[in-house]
Design a protein around this ligand. Structure first.
Ligand code: BTN
Length: 315
């Protein structure tokens, strides 16, 4: 067997085991490490939920975890998955990786102890939710980065549709279910980026979806998929769908506003947007190609790039 090139040794071991059972000595040669390291990596895989057993032919891969590190196994995706059972915040973990130069990584956790929302809010993150942060290096100028938030919202709407959940988007980062007035929040997006010399070094697109949280584990204005579909949902396919849908939109930024409009709850509403420079009130008429909200006011159409938006009434 050829020795594998520079690669995360655990990943390399997994790839080798996918080829069939192999004795430790062969695996060690293949990875270019001592046999003792192979044993350590097997233990680490077991800790991450992989069923690695030892038989006559050596180590054998008998099962991959339902949700976690093996999320994208066997699927064609540019994202490497970094799964953690629990982290303070997947966005924070992703930021540390981004600073080390990592890109195209999906940080996934089963729970967060310090989940963050926009404007310094806390994001309730009990076990069973989807907590996902994608590290990307978008081919976009900095002032178009808000499109990534919109793309992630569209990705969530598309991912939950096959479950019969009809979600809609409140500009800029909320995924809602239900009529306005009684709309509840199913998911939220928090995008953070690092910009240098006029270009984007990295962006982290954090997606939180209330998936399997039981009653009483979420704030009053939130709703979980479990409530909506009357049972637990399988987070693996959902997370993959979010990643895939996001990835295809990210590659075609000009398609993002079009896709967003198709799921938007904000356009066609009177809105009140609290911005850094004051309150903007009026009918939300559209978004522009950079994802800014266009609001008709007494003084003409105002372009709002960031702010806290409240839906008032239909226009
Ligand atoms: C919001 O609606 O205010 C945004 C919520 C974003 C929550 C997600 S969960 C995964 C990622 N990690 C975080 O700490 N926040 C985002």
């Amino acid at each position: 067997m050829p020795v594998l090139g520079v690669m995360d040794p655990r990943r390399a071991l997994l790839d080798a085991l996918r080829g069939g059972p192999a004795p430790p000595r062969i695996l060690a040669d293949r990875l270019g490490v001592p046999i003792a390291d192979v044993r350590d990596h097997v233990e680490a895989l077991r800790d991450a939920g992989y069923a690695v057993n030892r038989g006559e032919a050596g180590y054998r891969l008998d099962g991959v975890p339902e949700y976690g590190e093996g999320l994208m196994d066997g699927f064609d995706s540019p994202f490497d998955v970094e799964y953690r059972p629990s982290v303070p915040s997947t966005n924070d973990h992703a930021r540390d990786l981004a600073r080390e130069g990592r890109v195209d990584v999906a940080v996934v956790a089963d729970r967060q102890t310090g989940g963050r929302g926009r404007r310094g809010n806390r994001w309730a993150s009990p076990r069973g939710g989807i907590y996902l942060s994608l590290i990307v290096r978008p081919d976009l100028p900095p002032d178009r980065v808000p499109l990534l938030t919109l793309a992630a919202g569209v990705a969530v709407v598309r991912a939950v549709a096959p479950l019969g959940v009809d979600a809609s988007l409140k500009w800029p980062n909320d995924v809602l279910v239900g009529d306005d007035g009684r709309a509840r929040k199913l998911a939220g997006i928090l995008t953070e980026s690092s910009v240098g010399g006029g270009s984007v070094d990295w962006a982290i697109v954090g997606v939180g979806v209330n998936a399997n949280a039981g009653p009483g584990r979420l704030p009053g204005d939130a709703v979980s998929l479990r409530e909506l579909v009357d049972g637990r949902v399988d987070r693996g396919p959902l997370t993959r769908e979010i990643i895939d849908a996001f990835h295809s939109l990210e590659r075609s930024p000009d398609a993002i506003p079009v896709a967003w409009r198709a799921a938007a709850a904000t356009t066609g509403r009177h809105v009140r947007v609290e911005t850094a420079s004051g309150t903007v009130t009026g009918p939300a008429v559209d978004i522009d190609p950079d994802g800014a909200l266009l609001v008709e006011t007494g003084d003409g159409v105002r372009r709002v790039t960031a702010g806290e938006c409240e839906h008032l009434r239909p226009t």
